[in-house]
Design a protein around this ligand. Structure first.
Ligand code: PBG
Length: 327
């Protein structure tokens, strides 16, 4: 007897898997992924980050096998972070001549010039106090930070970066960096703006990776509070007005709604940052037998894409690329 209620029957056929494939709405692909890379000063250094199993800091001379492997897996874009030896009050290691990131860009381009090299623009790894801006009278001074970010972005552009990604959340940084780049002939160099970056507990393992924990206070005076999504849209709108080419929501998992709202409100490419704590949760959970590693990671990455992200920055990039290849 036929049922007298509507049925959602696409999942129930004998040809179940094929029908599920046919009606799949979201497909994760390797082209969506950006792989973060941590660079350290010195030589012969390949250090696993304790809180992020499988993720390493590389000195420049140790990069080659990694870059070749990433390329072979079909990953097209990298995001570089620097972990310098020495820090100072104004983070000068971020923009001095021949700095760590400049060297890294050149080395990566030597190994594979087709890779899209994106650089993190933020002072926190380079300042003694670990904050993303300079300190004036005990406060993070937004406007005094802008020229330093401008110099940092320019130094990356000059070394051959394909895109700069300011992650500091100072107001006006996108406009300032855009003007600086334009004034030096880099009118075609795009900016990926960390537009809606929330003050989040999920950055914990990254701060170990970069040794960039604030020595006092927290980042709540410049990063957003996680209670707000309308504010995220205002932050994004501001960055778009200032010239952002790609907008970003960060972290990803506890902000899938914000990703989705950003997707429906803006037509720019949208990136989401699947941050260190999100990575470590799944890795440590899987190691402890709580999850099937491959399944849980692909589910999470696909959920970020389904929410609306075009680009996913993730420490899972290599393993996910490998799995997507097997499919
Ligand atoms: C710093 C920066 C952070 C991350 C990227 N850039 C940390 C922070 O704001 O404390 C976090 C990345 C991650 O957790 O994976 N500007």
């Amino acid at each position: 007897m036929a049922a007298d209620f509507p049925r959602l029957r696409l999942r129930r056929l004998r040809t179940g898997q094929a029908m599920r494939n046919l009606t799949r709405e979201t497909s994760l692909c390797v082209e969506n992924l950006v792989c973060p890379i941590f660079l350290v000063e010195g030589a012969g250094r390949l250090e696993e980050i304790e809180s992020m199993p499988g993720i390493y800091r590389f000195s420049i001379d140790m990069l080659e096998p990694e870059i070749k492997q990433v390329s072979k897996l079909g990953i097209q874009a990298l995001l570089l972070f620097g972990v310098p030896h020495a820090t100072d009050e104004t983070g000068s290691g971020a923009y001095t001549e021949n700095n760590l990131i400049q060297q890294g860009i050149k080395e990566i381009k030597n190994i594979n010039s087709d890779l899209v090299v994106i650089t993190d623009v933020c002072l926190c790894e380079y300042t003694t106090h670990g904050h993303c801006g300079v300190i004036v009278n005990g406060n993070i001074d937004n406007d005094a930070t802008l020229p330093l970010l401008g110099k940092m972005a320019l130094s990356h552009a000059e070394a051959g970066a394909d895109m700069v990604a300011p992650s500091d959340m100072m107001d006006g940084r996108i406009g300032y960096i855009r003007k600086t780049l334009d004034a030096h002939g880099f009118t075609n160099l795009p900016i990926m703006a960390y537009s809606a970056k929330f003050a989040s507990s999920f950055y914990g393992p990254f701060r170990e990776a970069c040794m960039s924990c604030p020595s006092f206070g927290d980042r709540a005076s410049y990063q957003m509070q996680y209670t707000n999504s309308r504010e995220a849209l205002r932050e994004i709108a501001q960055d778009v007005k200032e010239g952002a080419d790609i907008i970003m929501v960060k972290p990803a998992l506890s902000f899938l709604d914000v990703i989705n709202r950003a997707r429906s409100s803006f037509n720019l490419p949208l990136a989401a940052y699947n941050v260190s704590g999100e990575y470590s949760m799944l890795k440590l959970g899987s190691k402890n037998g709580l999850f099937e590693e491959k399944k849980v990671i692909l589910e999470v990455l696909t959920s970020i894409k389904r929410a609306g992200a075009d680009i996913i920055i993730t420490y899972h990039a290599k393993e996910a690329a490998g799995w997507l290849k097997q499919k």
